[in-house]
Design a protein around this ligand. Structure first.
Ligand code: G6P
Length: 609
């Protein structure tokens, strides 16, 4: 949700900032801008639309200067336009800044500043920060003026600020929105996440809330807003630059769908001990004893991660025997959750930065629960704020619609069920079966991916329809939800995910020849029930696409089109059945000519409430 890039060093900042913006474009893509200082003047370019529009505006002429800040926006306050795009500046065009987050008290601050004569040019909350620094600058130097400003701001921010009067430094600050400082040789790169940094260095410093850094060509100093110096360790990012490339695929989303065998392999590597039927989750080592005592798990998450949580609920209840609730993180914080020391609150988040999920775990911590995480981005805020957790190691996920993070989350949840189950009632035999079958999943996903051509054909056939009903039961009920979400996100088609048993209580009224259904119907313990549901749809003239188990010939009698997945244990079927639904959504989106990596109105990492 909004991407920030900054550079200070010895090279020309212009190409580095633009490249960084492109890497962060998935965070927001309704407008963009940059400001570059050559030591004397600051040049500013802004444009509505994607980064390419900004590039066109800048044209071929390089902008000289080796310090700069840049921003790609996902609008919150003020519609996407050139005027509202960042960098924003003060009245005198001395202070330039880019901001990610929301300033909650901006109205009040703006009124005060307007009374003092400040003139605002945009409809954003962010601009107020530049004017405040200008106002404090009447009494203080640049650094102090920034600190005084930060003391007053309410809300969230990741900020990078430049002053014409101090051309050799960029001040960055964070509270609630992510910000990383990449430490290169004689240069520093500032970014909202590591994908804009790894091309230059894998050495990073993660800023914490309430911290700011003054960054120059030859070094940086980190303090809090009271100017107390803070020593921080330099961490290494384990992503390679290659992993954040399309690698010959037409879109990141397709590449990431095809990454899934590897993502599951990386999630289980070194953790799953098939011959002992156990999962060794090193990230949970420090809470081993507490885990034995927990009697309730509440999973908090959003979007696709929420649906992973719903699958996890079936897994953990059936195999670990622990009661599980799954909550939208955005709802959890406003309820009065009943938590105690024996409750574990498990946050699932690809980015580790989702504001609602973060707020939910903070609430859970306040109430004394054990807070755990399943997070992909190493060093992200959720990863750092949980008591313990498990990293996905799925590599960067760039496509806005989540795919490989989801299957990776499912494989970790199944290992968690295995771990907690074996600590409790699960037999060695059952443990070995689950672990043995999970080990085979990457190969089975490869088999599903081989069906991509056939799935593309089906997508073409159905891309003319404007509505879809996705249905599934038990483990595959959340997969129906996720399938519907995927097609909504990237094809802008109306789709509803429903438990197949619930279909007859309402949604069936929608069914006619123009309203197809997608049934996720592997050969599992609810297979016959699903078939009855399919018959009911067929009897009303509805078309059906089925995702079924290899070898199921009967299914062809009820379904118009069938996509087969290999056989596996019921608990693991979601890891296979979701893949055709991802491909279906992808091909429908592409056939309609949409930018599937950057669907309209969405952002990859939603860092505002
Ligand atoms: C956004 C993304 C979704 C994602 C959700 C949760 O809405 O567009 O793809 O599932 O956030 O993100 P998280 O990073 O917490 O998993």
């Amino acid at each position: 949700m909004c991407g920030i890039v900054g550079y200070i060093g010895r090279k020309e900042a212009h190409p580095i900032l633009l490249d960084g913006l492109k890497r962060l474009e998935y965070r927001g893509y309704d407008s963009a801008g940059l400001a570059i200082s050559d030591g004397k003047k600051i040049s500013v370019f802004k444009s509505a639309g994607k980064i390419i529009e900004l590039e066109k505006k800048i044209g071929k002429k390089p902008i000289s200067g080796s310090a700069g800040i840049a921003h790609t926006r996902w609008a919150t306050h003020g519609k996407p336009s050139t005027k509202n795009s960042h960098p924003h500046c003060d009245c005198n065009k001395n202070i330039f800044l880019v901001h990610n987050g929301i300033i909650e008290n901006y109205q009040e601050l703006k009124e005060n500043l307007s009374r003092k004569g400040h003139k605002f040019r945009s409809g954003t909350d962010s601009e107020v920060i530049a004017h405040m620094i200008e106002e404090f600058g009447k009494k203080y130097d640049f650094r102090e003026a920034v600190m005084e400003t930060l003391k007053i701001l309410k809300g969230t921010y990741g900020l990078a600020i430049m002053s014409k009067d101090f051309p050799d430094e960029i001040i960055i600050a964070r509270s609630g929105s992510p910000l990383i400082l990449g430490v290169g040789k004689g240069e520093f790169i500032i970014a909202s996440d590591a994908s804009a940094i790894i091309r230059h260095t894998n050495k990073v410093v993660y800023l914490e809330d309430g911290e700011l850094a003054v960054v120059g060509k030859d070094g940086y100093e980190i303090t809090n807003v009271r100017n107390h110096s803070i020593k921080k360790k330099i961490s290494e990012v384990d992503w390679s630059f290659d992993k954040a490339q399309k690698q010959g695929f037409e879109h990141f989303m397709l590449k990431e769908i095809f990454d899934q065998p590897g993502a599951v392999r990386d999630a289980i590597r070194g953790r799953l001990v098939a011959e002992e039927g156990v999962a060794r989750l090193g990230g949970l080592r420090n809470v081993e004893e507490e885990l034995k005592k927990i009697d309730k798990i509440i999973i908090v998450s959003c979007g696709t991660s929420y649906y992973a949580g719903l699958v996890g609920e079936y897994m953990l209840e059936e195999y670990a025997g622990v009661p599980v609730e799954v909550e939208y993180a955005s709802e959890f914080r406003y309820r009065k959750p009943i938590l105690n020391k024996r409750t574990a609150v498990l946050a699932i988040s690809q980015s580790g930065e989702t504001a609602d999920t973060l707020a939910a775990i903070r609430e859970a911590k306040n109430k004394g629960a054990l807070v755990l995480g399943i997070v992909n981005v190493v060093g992200s805020t959720i990863a750092r704020e949980t008591d313990s957790g498990i990293y996905n190691h799925a590599g960067p996920e760039i496509g806005v619609a989540s795919t490989k993070a989801f299957t990776s989350q499912l494989s970790i949840l199944s290992m968690l069920a295995l771990k907690l189950g074996r600590q409790r009632e699960m037999s060695l035999v059952m443990g070995k079966r689950i672990a043995g079958d999970l080990e085979k999943i990457p190969k089975l996903i490869e088999k599903v991916l081989k069906e991509s051509k056939a799935i593309k054909k089906i997508a073409k056939k159905y891309s003319k329809y404007g509505n879809f009903l996705y249905l599934g039961r038990k483990y595959n009920c959340p997969i129906a939800y996720e399938g519907a979400l995927k097609i909504k996100e990237i094809s802008y088609v109306h789709a509803e995910g429903y438990p197949s048993g619930e279909m007859k209580h309402g949604p069936i009224a929608l069914i006619d020849k123009d309203f197809p259904s997608i049934f996720v119907v592997p050969k599992d313990s609810v297979y016959e029930k699903n078939i009855s549901g399919m018959e009911e749809i067929k009897a009303r003239g509805g078309k059906i696409i089925a995702v079924a188990t290899q070898g199921d010939k009967e299914i062809k009698k009820v379904a118009d089109d069938v996509i087969y997945i290999p056989k596996t244990l019921e608990i693991l079927t979601p890891l296979l059945s979701v893949v055709p639904l991802q491909l279906l959504a992808y091909y429908v989106g592409v056939s309609k000519g949409y930018d599937v990596d950057k669907p309209r109105n969405l952002a990859k990492s939603v860092t505002v409430e």
